[in-house]
Ligand binder design. Structure first.
Ligand SMILES: [Zn+2]
Length: 432
């Protein structure tokens, strides 16, 4: 599905705009969806296209969008489990990740990206902070994405706080020049700027990153109010809570993507909406680390775009994140109707893509041809497929994942993914 000949994908069943469509079709050309609609109509418009059919025991859906990930944290599985946040950070994260060489990053990222593709994730925003020794590590992450075929948004972190490991730290000048170099060399990696957080970057660095995003017209990802500790730090250092502090520093505008954004006052939620900030929530990681409950409804009610991320990658599954997003909302509001399956599905697809500024997450004309072929054995015929996916869906249902029209996952562990898992086991043993 890569050549110059347009291909017409005929789907006995497809999910379009959150609804099931029967005998739907779309035309893939040069990585994009050029036309979409009822099969007969699309075929009449595009008689030259080669037809490829998926029968009624499959359902074709948009690929899932992972809005926030640290792929190398798969190395912390086991070691980081069951620790309070501060100990998780000092005894697992800060101990293991600084030991990685670029070659290690390549293999660990191939392993993590392969898991993601197998779970239906076709795009991932990697918040990448191993930059203290230059761009070698980030380049390895970009090579890993290319090797697996996953679509990458490299949110290239900037960190200069004295307490973070040297392997993550840079001067403002280094961060700026190296990020600019990555953007020039790897346009396919969608490199954007990511000042780590109020606690990971100085005021000077935060201001510089905001200026960089403005000059380069790129997105700016930043962790915001993941825990209550950051709220305290912000009040101490800046005299106001995190969103107000970031706003004063000029960080918040329509290019900004706030990761987590959990502990917010009503005024701060309002301000995120006013500034056009997008938000990515990471429900499973917030639960795993004991950070709190990532509810989305109060932001969505203000028309803030919300996506979902697998963050610590304890189990990289957007199906799980969608399910948790729905369940946590229902439980925290004591209202079973608080966040519906169709909305949860949108957070992991169309709305998640908007959060990353990617034309993806829908089987519609003009979108990137990123889609999944799922088996339908688990989908009860009397249930809308979106509900089945959100409440019962498993990675095992994913039979194939296509990114830009290319098949990036074909239903089994590829030889490359197998090698990457062996190498990752070796690296994890070494990083004591
Ligand atoms: Zn993060």
């Amino acid at each position: 599905m890569t050549g110059k000949v347009p291909e017409l994908i005929r789907c006995a069943r497809a999910i379009v705009g959150g609804e099931e469509r029967l005998d739907f079709a779309f035309v893939v050309n040069d990585g994009r969806i050029e036309d979409a609609g009822d099969f007969a109509a699309v075929q009449a418009r595009r008689p030259q296209a080669q037809t490829r059919s998926f029968p009624a025991d499959r359902i074709v859906t948009p690929g899932f969008i992972n809005g926030h990930s640290h792929a190398y944290q798969i190395l912390l599985r086991g070691r980081g489990d069951d620790l309070p946040f501060e100990r998780w950070r000092s005894e697992a994260l800060y101990r293991v990740i600084p030991q990685l060489e670029p070659e290690d990053v390549y293999w660990v990222f191939v392993a993590a990206f392969s898991e993601m593709l197998g779970a239906g994730i076709t795009s991932v925003a990697e918040f990448f902070y191993l930059n203290g020794r230059g761009n070698g590590h980030a380049e390895a992450a970009i090579r890993a994405a290319a090797a697996t075929g996953i679509r990458l948004v490299l949110a290239r972190a900037w960190m200069d706080a004295p307490r973070v490991p040297e392997a993550f730290r840079e001067s403002v000048t280094q961060a700026r020049e190296r990020t600019r170099a990555l953007r020039a060399e790897f346009p396919e990696a969608n490199v954007c700027v990511a000042p780590h957080s109020l606690h990971g970057a100085s005021e000077e660095m935060l201001r510089a990153a905001a200026a960089f995003a403005g000059e380069e017209r790129c997105d700016l990802h930043i962790h915001v109010a993941e825990g209550e500790a950051e709220v305290e730090l912000s009040r101490e250092r800046y005299g106001v809570p995190p969103v107000l502090a970031l706003d004063r520093l000029g960080v918040l505008n329509e290019r900004s993507v706030a990761i987590h954004a959990m502990y917010l006052t009503e005024d701060e939620k309002e301000l995120l909406a006013t500034r056009g900030v997008r938000v990515v929530r990471c429900p499973s990681t917030n639960l795993y680390l004991g950070d709190g409950i990532a509810d989305a409804a109060p932001l969505r009610a203000r028309a803030v775009v919300v996506g979902l991320g697998t963050d610590a990658n304890v189990k990289p599954s957007l199906l799980d994140e969608m399910r948790l997003a729905a369940y946590l909302e229902k439980a925290s509001r004591r209202d079973g109707g608080a966040l519906q399956a169709r909305t949860a599905f949108a957070l992991g697809t169309s709305e998640g893509a908007r959060a990353l500024d990617l034309p993806a997450g829908e089987l519609a004309t003009g979108m990137l041809a990123d889609f999944l072929v799922l088996g339908t054995e688990g989908i009860d015929p009397w249930s809308p497929p979106v509900n089945a996916l959100v409440y019962r869906g498993e990675a095992a249902w994913v039979q194939a994942a296509f990114v830009g029209g290319r098949r990036a996952y074909a239903g089994d562990l590829s030889p490359l993914a197998g090698e990457a898992h062996r190498e990752t086991a070796r690296i994890a043993r070494r990083c004591v």
